[in-house]
Design a protein around this ligand. Structure first.
Ligand code: SF4
Ligand code: SF4
Ligand code: FES
Length: 323
């Protein structure tokens, strides 16, 4: 007996004056992409449940009082959507400006930079950045300092370099929750990190802000894989950037299969000067969906044992000696 398969019903809606039919259950973002109309996203990922926190993807839906997040709102029959109205452009511009005034967005994807240019973002209009502070991790919920209004408060805090595998630079954190989702119920189920604090003082933290080696972290690196701002970064990338040697233009990505066990995870080895400098995994793999374990993510040193160290080896050996 063969199992009967039924295709989901199609829903027809209008986006910027164009009709589009998509399977029931699709989001507005899915429908936009179906007609080649991409929208900015920061907290959305194809492998995670949308959490609707960044709001850069908002669109106007006829009959809706407020703008709606396209990454999570399901399509409905007859819906009329506008992605480029004045209200949409203004909302996205201000969201990007608020983020850029408080967070170091220097390493975001080029597409995000392009959207910010498209909307004419001017984060500097909120004033010069407030002096850096190193006490964000000690702030108590409810103990807010009154802002002077003369400077723009930032989320600055020193980079956390407390283990040989990856660094956490929360000055670049937009609090998109993706790392928390990846560490928690959506992938790793380790729950080593969560959000501490409230309001502007909210930040990602281990339990009681303990250093990573004393936390529940198992170094799968699945949080690094989903971070949209490079707040979470391979230690190798961090050290090479510090030394002025990180050069994506000279890197090639080699896809292979992890050799550690029989699961067969796909690895993307990022190789510079014949040295593996970081490892990712494809999001569209039906088994691993971009996730790996510590062995696949970080266990590549044995591949490149050499009697003649390259400049990259020397930078990384110094970092390991300091850990
Ligand atoms: S490396 Fe893995 S276990 Fe550690 S915080 Fe990130 S997702 Fe959680
Ligand atoms: S560290 Fe990265 S993934 Fe985690 S909340 Fe911040 S920006 Fe998002
Ligand atoms: S991408 Fe839709 S709310 Fe963040």
């Amino acid at each position: 007996m063969t199992a009967e398969t039924t295709s989901p019903a199609l829903v027809t809606l209008e986006i910027d004056g164009r009709d589009v039919a998509v399977p029931e259950g699709s989001t507005i973002l899915d429908a936009c992409r179906r007609i080649g109309s991409d929208q900015p996203t920061m907290c959305w990922a194809s492998t995670l449940t949308p959490v609707n926190v960044c709001r850069v993807c908002v669109v106007e839906v006829e009959g809706s009082r407020a703008l709606v997040p396209s990454c999570s709102r399901r399509v409905e029959e007859g819906m009329v959507v506008r992605t480029d109205s004045e209200a949409v452009r203004h909302a996205r511009k201000v969201v990007f400006e608020l983020l850029a005034s408080a967070v170091d967005l220097s390493l975001v994807d080029d597409s995000i930079r392009a959207w910010m240019a498209e909307y004419g973002c001017e984060p500097e209009r909120f004033g010069p950045a407030a002096p850096p502070s190193d006490d964000r991790d000690r702030r108590q919920a409810g103990h807010h300092r009154r802002p002077t209004g003369e400077t723009a408060e930032t989320v600055h805090q020193p980079v956390k370099v407390d283990n040989p595998l990856y660094v956490r630079d929360y000055s670049k954190c937009i609090l998109c929750y993706k790392c928390v989702q990846a560490c928690g119920p959506e992938a790793q189920n380790t729950f080593a990190i969560s959000v501490a604090g409230r309001g502007f003082d909210a930040r990602i933290s281990t339990e009681f802000d303990v250093p990573l080696p004393q936390s529940a972290c198992v170094y799968c690196g699945n949080c690094i894989a989903v971070c949209p701002t490079e707040a979470l970064m391979f230690r190798s990338e961090y050290e090479l950037r510090q030394a002025g040697m990180w050069d994506p233009d000279r890197q090639e990505v080699v896809t292979t299969i992890c050799s550690y066990c029989g699961v067969g995870c796909n690895l993307e080895l990022h190789v510079q000067d014949n040295r593996i400098v970081k490892v990712t995994s494809p999001d569209d793999h039906s088994v691993t969906r971009g996730n790996l374990c510590i062995k696949g993510r970080f266990g590549y040193e044995y591949v490149q044992e050499s009697d003649e160290p390259t400049p990259i080896d020397e930078v990384l050996a110094r970092a390991r000696a300091d850990s």
